[in-house]
Design a protein around this ligand. Structure first.
Ligand SMILES: [Zn+2]
Length: 199
C-alpha cells in the first residue's frame, strides 16, 4: 500500500507502547511533512541514547557514566535503598522531594505467566548490595499491581532470611491500586513514602 520506506517507518513507530496502527500512520506522515532537520534530530536523539546511555553498575538506573548521578552523590543516604521496577519510576519519587536515599532498579516485576522469574530481574544484585552491609532500610516501591505486590513479597521474604537486621518497608496504601507508580501524583506518592510501613 505504501512505498517500502514509508511502511517500514509505520511498522517501527507501531512497535512503541500505546501507538496503534492509525497513530503510527499519522506520526509517519507528520515526519514525512517535517523539515529534514527536525526529522533527523529525532533520529539522532534515538541513536544517541542507545549509544550513550547504559545502566548504572550499582543500582541499574539509567546512566551515561559507569555510575548514575544518584549513586555518585555523596549527600544521598547510602543506608536507604528504594527498590523500583523501572528507571522511569525513579523520577516520580525524586519529584516528591521526600526521599534522600539511593535506588535499586529491578528491570521489571515478577510474572511467572509471562516468563519473568527472579533471575530475569536484578534481584540477586539487590541481595548482594544489602548483604555487603551498611544498609539499614529497603523500601519496596514496586507498583501497586498484582505483579508489583508479588515482587515486593518475594523480596521481603528473602531479605528477612538473608539480612534480618535490615528493615524492609512498603509504600503506604493510598496509591491507586493497579496503576503504575509513574502515574501517581507527587502529593500522593510523597504521603505513601512518608507513611511507609514494615513488611
Ligand atoms: Zn546508580
Amino acid at each position: 500500500m505504501y512505498a517500502p520506506p514509508v511502511q517500514r517507518l509505520i511498522t517501527e513507530l507501531g512497535k512503541l507502547p500505546g501507538i496503534g496502527q492509525r497513530t503510527a500512520q499519522r506520526l509517519a506522515f507528520h515526519l514525512l511533512r517535517a523539515d529534514a532537520e527536525d526529522a533527523n534530530a529525532l533520529a539522532d536523539a534515538i541513536r544517541e541514547v542507545k549509544e550513550r546511555i547504559g545502566l548504572c553498575e550499582v543500582c541499574f538506573n539509567l546512566a551515561d557514566e559507569p555510575r548514575c548521578r544518584i549513586c555518585q552523590d555523596e549527600r544521598r543516604d547510602a543506608e536507604l535503598i528504594c527498590v523500583v521496577e523501572e528507571p522511569g519510576d525513579v523520577i516520580p519519587i525524586e519529584r516528591t522531594h521526600e526521599y534522600r536515599g539511593r535506588y535499586h532498579v529491578l528491570g521489571g516485576a515478577l510474572s511467572p505467566i509471562d516468563g519473568v522469574d527472579p533471575e530475569d530481574l536484578k534481584i540477586a544484585e539487590l541481595f548482594a548490595r544489602v548483604e555487603a552491609g551498611g544498609v539499614r532500610e529497603v523500601v519496596l516501591a514496586t507498583n501497586p499491581t498484582t505483579t508489583g505486590e508479588a515482587t515486593a513479597l518475594h523480596i521481603a521474604a528473602a531479605l528477612r532470611e538473608r539480612a534480618p537486621g535490615v528493615a524492609v518497608t512498603r509504600l503506604a496504601s493510598g496509591l491507586p491500586v493497579g496503576a503504575d507508580l509513574e502515574y501517581a501524583d507527587e502529593v500522593t506518592l510523597g504521603k505513601a513514602l512518608a507513611g511507609r510501613r514494615a513488611l
